[in-house]
Design a protein around this ligand. Sequence first.
Ligand SMILES: Nc1nc2c(c(=O)[nH]1)N[C@H]1C(S)=C(S)[C@@H](COP(=O)(O)OP(=O)(O)OC[C@H]3O[C@@H](n4cnc5c(=O)[nH]c(N)nc54)[C@H](O)[C@@H]3O)O[C@H]1N2
Ligand SMILES: Nc1nc2c(c(=O)[nH]1)N[C@H]1C(S)=C(S)[C@@H](COP(=O)(O)OP(=O)(O)OC[C@H]3O[C@@H](n4cnc5c(=O)[nH]c(N)nc54)[C@H](O)[C@@H]3O)O[C@H]1N2
Ligand SMILES: [Mo]
Length: 764
Amino acid sequence: MQMKEKIEDYTGPAAGWGAVKAVAEAIREQMEIVPDIITMFEMNKPQGFDCPGCAWPDPKHSASFDVCENGAKAMAWEATAKKTTPEFFAKHTVSELLTWADYDLENEGRLTHPMKYNAQTDHYEPIEWNDAFNQIGQLLSHYPDPNSVEFYTSGRTSNEAAFLYQLFAREYGTNNFPDCSNMCHEPTSVGLAAAIGVGKGTVLLEDFDKADLVICIGHNPGTNHPRMLSSLREISKRGAKIIAINPLRERGLERFTYPQDPIEMLTLESTPLAEHYYKVRIGGDTALMKGIMRVIIELHDAAVAKGQAPILDNEFIQNHTVGFDALKHDILSTRWEDILSISGVTQSEIEQIAQLYIEAKSTIICYGMGITQHQHGTQNIQQLVNLLLLKGNIGRDGAGICPLRGHSNVQGDRTVGITEKPSQAFLDKIEQRFGFKPPAAFGHAAVASLQAISQGSARALICMGGNLAVAMPDKDACYSGMKKLDLAVHIGTKLNRSHLLTSKNTFLFPVLGRTEKDIQKSGPQSITVEDSMSMVHASHGKLKPASPHLKSECAIVAGLAKATLPHTKVEWDEFIDDYDKIRDAMEAILPGFEDYNARIRVPGGFHLTNAASQRKWLTSSGKANFMTTKGVIEDPKSAIHSELILATLRSHDQYNTTIYGMNDRYRGVFGQRDVMFISEAQAKKQNLSAGDRVNIIALDNEQKRTNRRLDNLKVVIYDMADRCVATYFPEANNLIALDNFDPQSGIPAYKNIPILLEKVDVAS
Ligand SMILES: Nc1nc2c(c(=O)[nH]1)N[C@H]1C(S)=C(S)[C@@H](COP(=O)(O)OP(=O)(O)OC[C@H]3O[C@@H](n4cnc5c(=O)[nH]c(N)nc54)[C@H](O)[C@@H]3O)O[C@H]1N2
Ligand SMILES: Nc1nc2c(c(=O)[nH]1)N[C@H]1C(S)=C(S)[C@@H](COP(=O)(O)OP(=O)(O)OC[C@H]3O[C@@H](n4cnc5c(=O)[nH]c(N)nc54)[C@H](O)[C@@H]3O)O[C@H]1N2
Ligand SMILES: [Mo]
């Protein structure tokens, strides 16, 4: 069923018939039950379930729905008819499974039974839920230091499960909450909070109907947020402008055929999206932003000197911001030669962008991992905010900042308490409501937890979903660290490599997915999630669970908590019998959750108010802060000296570490993943041509060779910026050092790895 290997130019639009075909294939390969397939179209409808794919919102209060190719793939992958049963585990040792590819592990289908690893036989073996909970409870309650336990969350987890999970960990005594958002949008939480007082985006979907300009920087919506393409299409049809800033030419930013538009589909027409495309160098965004701001400020000063209308929104700057003078001084003293050499964009292109921005009344900036996953990810975001603040583009219709979140509920998990740095107000509320004193000392985020795991100071790791060891940098340190643990508990839907890095006591728990019915004592339960635009809404599972032995995430947390904390102050059983009770408790603790149960029963849910979008600035200065950053270097450890930098990306056929297939259709790659993208000019410089094989060797801070390498990748010539190469994650993760991260947010610099290339000699 996998396609033959081929590389070819992809000439079609994003989505269109290619997407329809891909959906049909995903369904055929994974699902066999027709009613279940029909249920798929309950996705993102009121009374249906929330798409497990991405966090892009749905049109509010509307009965319309949007199914996209990658949402359908995510759904089919979860609702698969295939099963990973106790018989499967009896047939294969863990050592054997470790030799399997990531794709093959997950493609075995849904986990069906709670399992425990037996080191004697090297097999996972079935265990009853209560035995497992009791054994884990025994171990956890005997560790002398609760801070030797790490509680990881991956962002598909519902608000209710995440809330219970943090409650369990805090009653147990720790704030160790490594979280997938530490690898994703932590610079957003940190950077936006410092600049505008809220660590979230400020726009609503309706703002896209009113914007004159949308800047898409460092994200690839055709693959990762496909439902966004229908919004971009509307923008383009209305005659508003879209600018794309990306080192690679990504089809999903250029052209789109809307599968729900019969005319476009039948006439093979497509809508152009970004007419203005700028191939910035990897790590060149801050330089580019400073260049754009320099042009704008100089034009403004010149206009004012001539008595013409000002360009900057002086009134907004005066009344709502601090730090403009320092920013202006920094921008005007940034040298053009640095801006141009680091950004890789020409001065006339920078002037074009500035002109488009000046002409637009209202601008939205959307960004993703191309901005965040850098050593200066936090500062990068703040430069985007500076640009918006210059023209008062925050806190009014059609304008604002729009981080494209990752997992479908990563934002909600943070809102309900998954954070290693809880506020005192939140802890006080927990104490008031539950009567135990939660720990105040800050805990570990992802990098610190893996450091503790690899150094052997962590005793136990509990993973609420995800594939932590594979998603993090430095595979060698992560893999060997996992084996040193005393206890590992994995709560997942499908088997993955982290589950196979067994420790002294390892448990693997199968969990209900979002598509499935969750029946508890009071009847069918719904859960809630928060999308990228702070809309909180309910999701109701529809399908029959993959196995009768599955438990919900909420029930597993309650089972673990009751077995670990005999004197618990939390009414776990009542919570599990009726999730409305969990939501009542959340309402008592979380600001903005008033009438929680009533408001999620309204189709579309409710919006969590966002102070910045109302021009209320919850910052230390009480104003929006222009944030200056020194120089133009996003990645001090690599950008200055290294001739080549590597970014790690997602293919079209993957969901993070889950590999659905071997194609990357929009980039013209089929049947393979061992490829490296490079521009034609750069390939020539490296003496490489299409189809050659290369080894990638990571460099250290001094630009010396390290032992980190990824061998034998096929060279694919691609339309992209020079001095840049790209390949897929997670295969490339061992190229990244665990200490290569943004000191402000802790995010690993996955998009900026200094490397050199070694051509593989075919004769050898
Ligand atoms: N189908 C599908 N959907 C997903 C996911 C998935 O894996 N599959 N993952 C989910 C998750 S957890 C997340 S976080 C999001 C991720 O969504 P995105 O942010 O779109 O993720 P990436 O593919 O990592 O990379 C984004 C883009 O950054 C560009 N880029 C790389 N380096 C730079 C740079 O220095 N500057 C600029 N301007 N651009 C750069 C790359 O060329 C690429 O187009 O998607 C979510 N949705
Ligand atoms: N080099 C490089 N590395 C990266 C990135 C990059 O761009 N480059 N991106 C980073 C980013 S943005 C992220 S978010 C991380 C992702 O890191 P993670 O969130 O840890 O990884 P996933 O691959 O999303 O996790 C997949 C597993 O989640 C489990 N699962 C799926 N659905 C459910 C569910 O409903 N409930 C539960 N309990 N489990 C479920 C399944 O068992 C599946 O195997 O990776 C990061 N790593
Ligand atoms: Mo993410």
